[in-house]
Design a protein around this ligand. Structure first.
Ligand SMILES: [Zn+2]
Length: 385
């Protein structure tokens, strides 16, 4: 995407370590020396943020056009590679160590990468859609909402709704072991901070129905199989987010955020970083939510496997399909066979029943009732009535 140069007010940098530009007519400097924070923890302001997001999008018509274009061209998986870090296109990032305390934590949208700097657009309407070039170390990733793209190789999987296992996916045709069933880029990427998850939800709400991230998110399961403990923990998180933002937790907003967080927990995947990546400090734990991959249920005798494909680091480039997921058949599959993956580590498949169930209960919030677990539990009951 070409940057909108008319929106950038750059002055020649004074030195490599102290670049200077103006925002709203004021000179701004970046020390570039601030320590990175994992996430921006300032309180979330619900109603004002909702309305300001709407305003930010209403004032940026070119942004809307660009989104349509990206969707049509299937570019929703584009990721920019900077000096050492990767940010998906349209990521929301937060400024840090730039221009003094009034800009600390200011949310911006990633537009591109330019001569080892990041081109970002301010999201708050008070900036009138202005952009700035920012050194990489002055950005913290928050979340990314992208248009929902149809997964590659459609027709090899179908959605199912089994009364016992709930919604899931099944093979639509015979698929050989090792074959790719489908590939898909996530439509939602966040840090592990629940505040960012709530902000991403408001961004999806502000964008709807464009890109349909909100509709896709709301169509995912909301942790129906979660244990009471897991639901109570999520409830506590939602109360904390609301109290920090509003000083109280009204019932209606509490229910909304609780559903959002349950849905996120039930459908998120850790987006593992590529080994030997330039961004090798692993400082950014990211979670990805997918329209299709997130529908894959767990089994202790899985039929499918999910991996990520990270492209080689190409500093200064926009790299398509970087970090996309690839779902493969682990054995020969017949049409109609459930596509199920292992939510745990690979060695979970070697563990005895009790250990598997204990792990999945603690890590994923549900008592495993997969066919293997039910068969083994029945066999144990027969042996030890
Ligand atoms: Zn199981």
């Amino acid at each position: 995407m070409r940057p909108h140069w008319s929106q950038i007010h750059l002055r020649p940098p004074r030195s490599a370590s102290a670049p200077m530009w103006t925002i709203l007519g004021r000179p701004v400097t970046c020390s570039g020396a601030s320590p990175l924070r994992l996430a921006w923890l300032a309180p979330l302001s619900l109603a004002p943020r909702w309305s300001s997001l709407r305003a930010a999008h209403a004032r940026a018509p070119r942004q809307r056009g660009a989104r349509r274009m990206c969707r049509a061209a299937g570019l929703s998986g584009r990721v920019f590679h900077g000096v050492r870090r990767r940010f998906p296109e349209k990521s929301t990032v937060y400024l840090t160590g730039v221009g003094g305390p009034e800009l600390e934590g200011e949310p911006c949208e990633v537009v591109g990468v330019q001569q080892s700097r990041w081109l970002v657009r301010f999201l708050h309407p008070r900036f009138n859609g202005q952009s700035a070039l920012v050194p990489e170390e002055c950005l913290n990733f928050g979340y990314c909402v992208r248009p929902v793209a149809a997964p590659g190789r459609p027709g090899r999987s179908v959605e199912t709704n089994d009364p016992r296992t709930g919604r899931g996916l099944a093979a639509a045709q015979k698929i050989g072991q090792g074959q790719i069933i489908f590939e898909e880029s996530p439509f939602l990427i966040t840090t592990d901070d629940v505040n960012e998850v709530c902000r991403a939800f408001f961004m999806m709400t502000a964008q709807a129905p464009q890109g349909d991230a909100l509709g896709t998110f709301n169509a995912l399961s909301a942790g129906e199989g979660f244990s009471d403990e897991a639901i109570a923990r999520v409830q506590e998180q939602a109360v904390e987010v609301l109290q920090a933002a509003m000083g109280e937790a009204p019932a209606e907003q509490l229910q909304t955020l609780k559903d959002v967080l349950l849905r996120w927990e039930a459908n998120r995947f850790v987006q593992q970083r590529p080994p030997n990546d330039a961004d090798d400090e692993l400082r950014e734990l990211r979670f990805a939510v997918f329209a299709q991959v997130s529908r894959l249920n767990h089994s202790c005798a899985p039929s499918a496997d999910v991996g990520y494909v990270f492209q080689p680091f190409q500093s200064g480039s926009a790299v398509p399909d970087d970090g996309k997921s690839v779902v493969r058949a682990m054995r020969d599959l017949d049409a109609g066979e459930a596509l199920e993956i292992n939510y745990g580590p690979p060695q979970l498949l070697e563990w005895p029943l009790a250990r598997r169930r204990e792990f999945l209960q603690a890590q994923n919030g549900f008592l495993c009732q997969c066919r293997r677990c039910r068969d083994e539990a029945n066999a144990q009951r027969r042996e030890d009535p």
